[in-house]
Design a protein around this ligand. Structure first.
Ligand code: SF4
Length: 491
């Protein structure tokens, strides 16, 4: 179904389109100039301090409308826009719900960080129960998703509030052995490896410049994460040099995660080398334990390789191992996902991240016009949750993305003592991140102004190598701004 949206408030067109997509899927929201099967007309009025939103739907077989009113915001600017946006989306959502008779699990929520909304309610003085009730009323969240949010807020207790100069370190290695069919990252296939040494040379230079900056500006760096791409696609010697260099410039970190994503990039020698460094957590990602799916999604390893690699890592003394899986992968039904969960339950990792497949525009699946398999996705995600609980884990972070099957979510589960601080900091955006390497986005959290300054590194590997000094200078400018703010607060 194609629905033409007509609104007098152009600035809210995308928000209305987001709600339409919740019910009718990608590509459903169009403009009146495009071919369409139905029209959704929005009317907005402000009278005596009251906003009135009206949505009318008309197709050949159906005509319905809904109206919502609310006191207009007395303040202007951002808060006013936020409140009006919510009212418009809620009104549109109500009508779509009446027409389709469906209730999405996340209600009218289309944002990527639902926990932020929970925290916002509490920052305004609400109790947990009041915050929960407000989310239910404002967004029509299902009790199942409210329960999930509750579990995460509990797990994050005491971990979100960090010193103002706290900062995490992210290092990106943008190489993979092959490209997964669902990948939308800018990572390149490692190919003949000709870019690796020049890349590491530039990265070491950026590490030096940023270590100096962190010292000058007194950033308190305790948590590090090496991601990508697949960092373990570097040779043992290259990864050893990287870890040695990082250790010499950023010593004493309490938490160091290395994404060792693909089991075909790992062997005894590489794992033992990683263990000789203060790497506290690794991630070995099966995605699925079904070999035919692994071939279909372009991952050149088998389920058995993942299992062997996991046992090897345990044998070498890794005490904190995460595994990532994806629900609703191409060709997988519920039974296949259940098989993956059975194998993982036997392995018993320390944390489990359950993703829902998202078909992003830059992925091969999108190019191939792959149609999302929606039916079993919610059941698979629920089974992932059940499996994590059975292993003694609890949800501790969550994010949503566009183009996910059934608009579901990605959830990180962990045993209480195995929670990864970086994942919480990154998702909740309460701690600054100094991101090094191609495509890394540094975030500088300015608490007073309630804003985040961003300094993105260029994603193209060759451009990054050529312009690394510019990237480091960009970061210094942003973090210097924050240092000034902290100095003012301390005066
Ligand atoms: S391992 Fe990750 S970064 Fe690499 S191709 Fe697959 S999805 Fe992309």
């Amino acid at each position: 179904m194609k629905i033409a949206i007509e609104t007098p408030l152009e600035g809210f067109r995308n928000d209305i389109a987001d709600v339409v997509r919740l019910f009718y899927g990608e590509g459903a929201a169009v403009t009146a100039q495009e071919a369409h099967d139905a029209t959704l007309t929005h009317a907005h009025a402000l009278e005596d301090g009251v906003w009135t939103e009206r949505f009318a739907f008309s197709s050949q077989t159906n005509a319905q409308e809904t109206t919502l009113r609310s006191e207009a915001a007395t303040d202007s600017g951002l808060e006013e826009k936020r409140r009006l946006k919510r009212l418009i989306k809620r009104c549109c959502y109500q009508l779509m719900k009446e027409i389709t008779g469906r209730r999405p699990a996340w209600g009218s929520l289309t944002g990527i960080r639902p926990t932020r909304l929970y925290y916002q309610q509490m920052e305004r003085g609400s109790t947990r129960a009041q915050a929960r009730a407000a989310l239910e009323t404002l967004f029509d969240l299902s009790s199942e998703k409210l329960e999930l949010l509750d579990e995460i807020i509990d797990a994050q207790a005491g971990l979100v509030d960090r010193p103002a100069n706290a900062c995490d370190l992210y290092v990106g290695i943008p190489f993979c052995t092959t490209r997964c069919a669902y990948c939308s990252f800018s990572s390149g296939e490692i190919g003949d490896g000709r870019l690796v040494e020049p890349y590491l040379h530039a990265l070491f230079h950026e590490i030096d410049l940023c270590a100096e900056m962190a010292r000058d500006l007194r950033l308190d760096i305790r948590v590090g994460y090496i991601g990508g791409g697949t960092p373990s696609s570097l040779s043992t010697a290259q990864l050893d040099r990287l870890l040695t260099h990082l250790r010499s410039r950023f010593g004493g970190l309490q938490e160091w995660t290395v994404e060792a994503g693909r089991p075909d990039t790992l062997d005894r020698e590489k794992l033992a080398m990683m263990k000789s460094h203060p790497v506290t957590r690794i991630s070995i990602n099966p995605q699925t334990m079904n070999d035919e799916t692994l071939v279909r999604i372009g991952r050149m390893h088998t389920a058995q390789q993942t299992i062997d690699c996991y046992h090897l890592a345990r044998e070498l003394g890794f005490e904190d191992i995460n595994m990532d899986v994806i629900a609703a992968l191409p060709g997988e039904d519920y039974a296949m996902f259940a098989h993956t969960m059975d194998v993982i339950r036997d392995l018993n990792p320390d944390s489990l991240t359950v993703h829902t497949l998202a078909i992003k525009r830059a992925s091969r699946l999108h190019e191939q016009r792959y149609e999302q398999q929606e039916e079993d996705a919610a059941r698979m995600v629920a089974l992932g949750r059940e499996t994590a609980h059975a292993m003694g884990m609890r949800a501790y972070y969550l994010y949503r993305q566009k183009y996910m099957a059934q608009n579901l979510e990605n959830v990180g589960y962990a045993r209480p003592q195995r929670i990864c601080r970086y994942n919480i900091d990154n998702m909740e955006e309460t701690v600054s991140v100094l991101a090094l390497g191609a495509g890394g986005i540094s975030k500088c959290v300015m608490r007073q102004e309630e804003k985040i300054l961003r300094a993105p590194n260029i994603a193209n590997i060759e451009q990054y190598i050529a312009r690394v000094d510019e990237m480091a200078a960009r970061k210094r400018a942003v973090f210097a701004e924050k240092a000034k703010q902290l100095a003012r607060e301390g005066e």
